[in-house]
Design a protein around this ligand. Structure first.
Ligand code: 9MR
Length: 386
């Protein structure tokens, strides 16, 4: 409760650009008067949110009020991945995706198909024949065509943006040695875009989506790939920079450079999976262990009750602020900025890199209240318009 009052007291002052020395509950802003994020950014870029499977299953989730008010684009966190939809060759789990699409379409939200082809969460059967042997290149391409056809037939009219391929380029610019790459070859990504452009509706926006897009090797390879596709007359409409960023990395200068590099190829940039990891992970990455095996400890999980100290929330707000200043300054290249989740309560960062941590990632807290970061982000839209 205390935290909620602090936020409400801080927010009007932040919006007015006044230095805060005291807070009081009388200053509290009426919850219903909080401005809509997507309305604030209108004319700059769309603002998206992401629905978890759990939220799609629970229509009473209070997060829906946030989704409807603040987001004019919506992504599915997991329910459209191949492994969720068809964990076995003859199992068809399409209901969650169907519910997601129906909900978003009813709210006029620009929907994202995430993701057609990804090395992760693609079940093994996809790559194998009935005898358990690897498919031929042609047979795997045919299977990919079947998936694209299913997506197009079911949701082609409603989904605008498609993450056609996810994460097929490594940080050094080489092709990821995925099962797709091993069977199809280095032109797996190109073939995937050929399939998508033939099968998905002509107005579908086709995206390549990846993480760590500020790595110079990956950035240059993505730029080269877009140019290559365009030279071949192959459609590619956007580049998704996932945006799972840390408190001190990457530098906003590098974020800006990547946005400009992608934008200069003539495609739109989408920030597709934005969140910040307040608790951090650098110390875990240094260790040569399976990060998923790390146990929760008081050191790596300092705020288990879900309340971070005000100074930490301010640091978090400032980092979101500098990121959004960068995005607003480069808005000409950007079509959409999507947060990976709705509130901190269900962010994937509660399970990565340490399973079961209480992490802080998004603009809304576990009580569905806007955090200082929300107001700081809002301020960046306001500054641009005035
Ligand atoms: O947030 C997703 C998490 O719930 C899943 O367990 C995980 C499975 O791999 O995928 C997460 O989302 C990923 C997204 O689909 C692609 N980019 C990286 C995201 C975070 O891992």
């Amino acid at each position: 409760m205390l935290r909620k009052h602090i936020y409400k007291a801080i927010s009007p002052a932040l919006l007015a650009g006044i230095a805060i020395t005291t807070t009081s509950c009388e200053e509290a802003e009426n919850e219903a008067d909080v401005p809509s994020l997507h309305e604030a950014f209108e004319g700059l870029f769309l603002i998206g949110g992401t629905l978890s499977d759990r939220m799609i299953l629970d229509t009473s989730d209070p997060g829906y009020a946030i989704a409807e008010k603040h987001f004019n684009s919506l992504s599915p966190e997991n329910c459209m991945k191949w492994g969720r939809m068809n964990p076995e060759p003859n199992v068809e789990n399409y209901e969650l995706a169907e519910t997601f699409v129906r909900y978003g379409a009813a709210n006029d939200q620009a929907l994202v198909g995430h993701t057609l082809f990804w090395h992760s969460q693609t079940p093994d059967w996809v790559y194998k024949d009935e005898a358990g042997n690897d498919l031929s290149r042609e047979a795997l391409l045919a299977r990919m065509r079947e998936r694209a056809t299913l997506m197009a037939e079911r949701w082609g009219d409603e989904i605008v943006y498609w993450d056609v391929v996810n994460e097929s380029i490594m940080g050094d610019g080489s092709w990821r040695k995925s099962k797709y790459q091993q069977i199809i070859g280095d032109d797996f990504t190109e073939q995937a875009f050929r399939i998508a452009s033939e099968i998905l509706p002509p107005n579908a926006q086709l995206l390549y989506n990846d993480y760590s897009m500020t790595d110079a090797g990956r950035r240059d390879a993505v730029v080269a790939m877009v140019k290559d596709f365009k030279a071949k007359g192959l459609r590619i409409d956007g580049i998704g920079m996932q945006g799972h960023w840390l408190m001190d990395f990457p530098d906003t200068k590098d974020i800006a450079e990547s946005i400009q590099a992608f934008g200069s190829t003539g495609v739109k940039v989408h920030i597709t999976e934005l969140d910040l990891d307040l608790l951090g992970r650098a110390s875990f990455f240094g260790a040569d262990v399976d990060i998923r095996a790390i146990q929760v400890t008081p050191e790596n999980n300092p705020y288990p009750d879900g309340v971070a100290p005000p100074a930490e929330e301010e640091r978090f707000a400032n980092r979101y602020g500098e990121i959004f200043e960068t995005l607003v300054a480069n808005a000409d290249h950007i079509e959409r900025v999507t947060f990976w989740g709705i509130t901190d309560k269900t962010s994937w960062l509660n399970h990565f890199p340490v399973r079961g941590r209480t992490n802080f990632a998004l603009l809304f807290d576990r009580q569905y209240q806007p955090k200082p970061a929300f107001y700081r982000v809002l301020e960046t839209a306001k500054n641009r318009k005035e």
